[in-house]
Ligand binder design. Structure first.
Ligand code: PEP
Ligand code: MG
Length: 755
C-alpha cells in the first residue's frame, strides 16, 4: 500500500463511513467497490453474491462492463470465483487465465486483466460471496494486500448478513442466507419447538488488540472479574433459580471457576505481553478452546466448556455488553442456537418463550441437556455448522423427536409441523384426561405405572403425569450437575424433598450409578478401555465404601419413619447385594445408637442389567426384597451392542424374540419366589414395547413422566389375558428374523389398541 491511497486503515475508515451513509443498497455496494479499487490501485473490483440456488451473481463492479452487473453469474465450484466460494479460500494469481479453473465470462470484458486476487466473503466459516480485485499487469498481490482485502470482505459479510442486499438479485429469488435448510442432528431431548433463532452470545469482536498501559489494562481485567463474580453471587442469592438445588450446583461450579487462579494468571500474563484486557481474555479463551478440541475425555471437555462460557461472560463485561442476548429477545417465541452452552446459561433463557435448543456439540450426558430435559425443552445436538447457517431472528422449527432442525422452513414444512404440534397437543389433552383413571387393563388387571426421575425439577411431573410413584430415582444426576461431591447434608435434603413431594407414593432410590458414560469430573479415575464394562456403579461403590456409606446414611435419615426403597445398579453377583445389606445394617445401628430416627421399613433391591444374573436368578430373588430390570443395559450386554453407538442403534430391536425370552425368564423366576418385579429401561415408555411387557407378565414398569399418558392409553385398551397366550407362543417360534414388532402391531391394530 502506498501513502497516496492511505492503506488498509484508511480504506476501513472510508468503508465505515459509506456504511453509515443514507444510501440505497446498490448504491452503497457500488461505492464500496469504487473505494476498494481506488485504495488498492486495482483496475477492477467486483463483488459476487451467493444466491439461494447456489449461483454466484455479479452484484457490483468497478472496471468490468457495467452491463454485466446482475447478468454475469457462475455456479459454486465453477470458474475461479466459484472455486473460492466452494473452498472458502483465497486465490492469488499473477495470470488468472492460466489457472485450470479459469472460465471466461464474455459479458464482463475481463480478458485484458491478468492478475487476480479473490477472497471469500465469510461469515462464521461459511462463504456468502466472493470479493475480487484484478489488474492488467502480471503480479502477485502482497500479503498485506491480501489481508486488507480479507478484512474488507468482513464488512461485506455484515452487509449481506444484515439482509440489505435481499431482493437485488436478478430473479429476486433470494440470497443464500435466506435459503431453507434441513439440518440433521442427534435427538437429545424430546419435543417440538417453533420460534425464531436467538444466537447464543453473538461473538464479541475484539478490535482493540494492543495496550498502551499494562497496569491500566490489568486493573480493567480485575474490575471486570470482580463484576463477573458479583453477578454469579447475585444469581445465587437473589434469582428464582437459586432455590432449586441443581441450579445452585451449576452456579457454584461457575463461582469456583471464576476464582480459578490459574486462569486469572494466564490472562494477566497476556496483558503484560502487551494485549488489552479483552484481547487477553480472547487469547486465553482461544488457547482453551484449542485444548477443548483436542480433549477426548467428555467430562474434561465439559469443564473446559464451562471456562469458555465464563470467558464469554468476562468479554462482555469488558466491552460493556450485558450477559447473553437477554435484552433483545423481543416478544416472540425463540429457539437458542449455540456451539455449546453451560447449564447455568440455559437457565438464563428459561421462560415460557424458550422453545428449544440447538447445539453444534452436546451429548446426552451434557449438563445442559440434563437440565433442558428437566425443563421440558427439546434439544437437537451435534448439528454441524448450525451457527454458520443460522442468523438471528430466522424462523426455525426444532424436532427433538427426530433430531431435525428446519431453518427458515418452507411453507410445506411449517404446515406439516403446525399439524404435528396440534396433533401432539390434542394427544396431550387426551393423556391429561386419563391422568386420574386407574391404570387397569381392559380385562381388569391393575398395572403399576411408575416414573423415572432424578432432579428436583422432575418432581411436579409425578403428580401431573398421574404416576403411581417413582420407580427409578437416578441419584447420580445430583452428582453430575455438581462441581464437587454433594455433601451428605445436601444429599439428605434432596432425598427428603423427593419423599415429601410424592405425598406417600413409593420412591425407589438407586444408589450412585456412575462410571461408564456417567463420569464425575471431580472423581478422577484411570482411562479405561471398556468403561461400560469397567469400574462403575456398585463396583466403584464397594471399593469406595465411604462414598456409599455417606449416601446410604443420607437416605436413611431422609426417610426417617417412612419406608425406604434402595436399589443397586449393575449387580453382577448376588454377593454384592449381601455386602450392601451389611453396610446398610451397620449404618442403621450407628444412626440408632446416636439417637437418629430411621426408616420404619426398608426394601433393598437389585437391578438386573448384567447377564450373569440370569444364571443366578434363584439366589438373587432370595437375597433381595425386589428386582428391577434395567433393560437399557441388559440389552446392551446381552446383544453386545453399545447403547450409545449411533451406527448400530437400529440394528437390533428390543422386541427381539431372544431378548423377550430373557425378560420372560426373569418374570418366571420372580413369580416362583414371590419377588416384586419392575422394569425401568426406555422400552417401558414406548406403548408397543410396554404392551409386550404386559404380555410377558410385567405388572410394574417405570418410565419418563411424559410416557405415562401414552402407555396408560395403550393399557386401558389391552386385554392382557388374550395377548399373553399369543405372545408367549410367538416368542417361542424360531425364525431367522427375530423381531416380533409386526406381530405386536397386528395385535394392536386388530384390537384397536393405540400405540
Ligand atoms: C437401564 O440400564 O435400563 C437403566 C434404567 O439405567 P440407566 O439407563 O440409568 O443406565
Ligand atoms: Mg443402567
Amino acid at each position: 500500500m502506498n501513502e497516496q491511497t492511505g492503506g488498509p486503515r484508511t480504506l476501513l475508515k472510508r468503508l465505515r463511513e459509506v456504511m453509515a451513509e443514507e444510501l440505497g443498497a446498490q448504491e452503497r455496494l457500488d461505492k464500496i467497490v469504487r473505494h476498494i479499487a481506488g485504495n488498492m490501485i486495482a483496475e477492477v473490483c467486483s463483488v459476487y453474491v451467493l444466491r439461494s440456488d447456489d449461483v454466484l451473481e455479479l452484484f457490483a463492479t468497478q472496471g468490468l462492463n457495467p452491463k454485466s452487473v446482475h447478468e454475469a453469474s457462475l455456479r459454486v465450484g465453477q470458474g475461479l470465483v466459484g472455486t473460492i466460494a466452494a473452498t472458502a479460500r483465497t486465490l492469488n494469481l499473477d495470470n488468472a487465465q492460466k489457472h485450470p479453473a479459469f472460465r471466461y465470462l464474455p459479458e464482463t470484458g475481463e480478458e485484458i486483466f491478468h492478475s487476480f486476487l479473490g477472497v471469500p466473503i465469510l461469515r462464521s466459516g461459511r462463504a456468502l460471496g466472493v470479493l475480487v480485485v484484478q489488474n492488467q499487469d502480471k503480479r502477485v498481490y502482497r500479503d498485506d494486500e491480501v489481508e486488507a482485502l480479507e478484512t474488507t470482505a468482513m464488512v461485506l459479510a455484515e452487509l449481506i448478513a444484515a439482509g440489505e442486499l435481499e431482493g437485488l438479485d436478478k430473479q429476486g429469488q433470494g440470497l443464500d442466507l435466506s435459503r431453507p435448510l434441513n439440518l440433521k442432528g442427534a435427538a437429545l431431548a424430546d419435543g417440538i419447538g417453533l420460534g425464531h433463532v436467538i444466537l447464543h452470545e453473538p461473538r464479541v469482536v475484539v478490535t482493540n488488540l494492543f495496550n498502551e498501559d499494562a497496569e491500566y489494562e490489568t486493573r480493567r481485567l480485575h474490575q471486570s472479574l470482580a463484576k463477573l463474580r458479583f453477578s454469579i453471587d447475585d444469581m445465587l442469592q437473589h434469582r428464582e433459580v437459586a432455590r432449586d438445588g441443581e441450579h445452585r450446583e451449576v452456579l457454584e461450579a461457575y463461582r469456583m471457576f471464576a476464582n480459578d487462579q490459574g486462569w486469572v494468571r494466564r490472562m494477566e500474563e497476556q496483558v503484560r505481553n502487551g494485549l488489552t484486557a479483552e484481547a487477553a481474555v480472547e487469547k486465553v479463551q482461544s488457547d482453551n478452546r484449542a485444548r477443548m478440541m483436542r480433549q477426548a475425555d467428555p467430562y474434561l471437555r465439559e469443564r473446559l466448556n464451562d471456562f469458555d462460557d465464563l470467558a464469554y461472560r468476562l468479554l462482555r463485561e469488558l466491552v460493556g455488553k450485558p450477559h447473553g442476548p437477554v435484552t433483545d429477545r423481543g416478544d416472540k417465541d425463540y429457539v437458542v442456537v449455540a456451539r455449546n452452552m453451560g447449564a447455568a446459561e440455559l437457565l438464563d433463557y428459561n421462560g415460557p418463550a424458550l422453545r428449544g435448543l440447538v447445539l453444534e456439540e452436546g451429548a446426552p450426558t451434557s449438563h445442559v441437556v440434563i437440565v433442558a430435559r428437566a425443563l421440558g425443552i427439546p434439544v437437537v445436538g451435534q448439528v454441524h455448522n448450525a451457527l454458520s447457517y443460522a442468523d438471528s431472528a430466522n424462523p426455525v422449527i426444532i424436532d427433538g423427536e427426530e433430531g431435525m432442525v428446519y431453518l427458515r422452513p418452507t411453507e410445506e414444512v411449517q404446515e406439516a409441523y403446525a399439524e404435528k404440534v396440534q396433533f401432539r397437543a390434542k394427544r396431550q389433552e387426551v393423556y391429561r384426561s386419563l391422568r386420574d383413571e386407574p391404570a387397569v387393563s381392559r380385562d381388569g388387571q391393575p398395572v403399576s405405572l411408575l416414573m423415572n426421575a432424578g432432579l428436583l425439577m422432575d418432581l411436579p411431573n409425578v403428580k401431573n403425569s398421574g404416576a403411581a410413584g417413582i420407580g427409578l430415582f437416578r441419584t447420580e444426576l445430583q452428582f453430575m450437575v455438581s462441581s464437587r461431591f454433594p455433601r451428605s447434608g445436601e444429599q439428605e435434603q434432596l432425598y427428603r424433598d423427593v419423599l415429601e413431594s410424592v405425598e406417600g407414593k413409593p420412591v425407589t432410590f438407586r444408589t450412585l450409578d456412575v462410571g461408564g458414560d456417567k463420569v464425575l469430573p471431580y472423581l478422577r479415575s484411570e482411562q479405561e478401555e471398556n468403561p461400560a464394562l469397567g469400574w462403575r456403579a456398585i463396583r466403584l461403590a464397594l471399593d469406595r465404601p465411604g462414598l456409599m456409606r455417606a449416601q446410604l446414611r443420607a437416605l436413611l435419615k431422609a426417610a426417617a419413619d417412612r419406608e425406604l426403597r434402595v436399589m443397586i445398579p449393575m449387580v453382577t453377583e448376588t454377593r454384592e447385594v449381601l455386602q450392601v445389606r451389611e453396610i446398610i445394617q451397620r449404618e442403621v445401628s450407628l444412626l440408632t445408637r446416636f439417637g437418629h430416627r430411621v426408616p420404619r421399613a426398608l426394601a433393598l433391591g437389585a437391578m438386573i442389567e448384567v447377564p450373569s444374573l440370569l444364571y443366578q436368578l434363584d439366589d438373587l430373588m432370595q437375597a433381595v426384597d425386589f428386582v428391577s430390570v434395567g433393560s437399557n443395559d441388559l440389552f446392551q450386554f446381552v446383544f453386545a451392542s453399545d447403547r450409545g453407538n449411533a451406527r448400530i442403534a437400529r440394528r437390533y430391536d428390543h422386541l427381539n424374540r431372544a431378548f423377550l425370552r430373557v425378560l420372560r425368564k426373569i418374570v418366571v423366576a420372580a413369580q416362583a419366589h414371590g419377588t416384586p418385579l419392575t422394569l425401568c429401561g426406555e422400552m417401558a415408555g414406548r406403548p408397543l414395547s410396554a404392551m409386550a411387557l404386559m404380555g410377558l407378565g410385567y405388572r410394574s414398569i417405570s418410565m419418563a413422566g411424559a410416557a405415562i399418558g401414552p402407555v396408560k392409553a395403550m393399557l386401558l385398551e389391552t386385554d392382557i389375558g388374550k395377548l399373553e397366550g399369543a405372545l408367549l407362543a410367538e416368542i417361542c417360534k424360531s425364525y431367522g428374523g427375530q423381531t416380533i414388532r409386526e406381530f405386536l402391531m397386528d395385535f394392536a391394530d386388530t384390537n384397536g389398541i393405540p400405540y
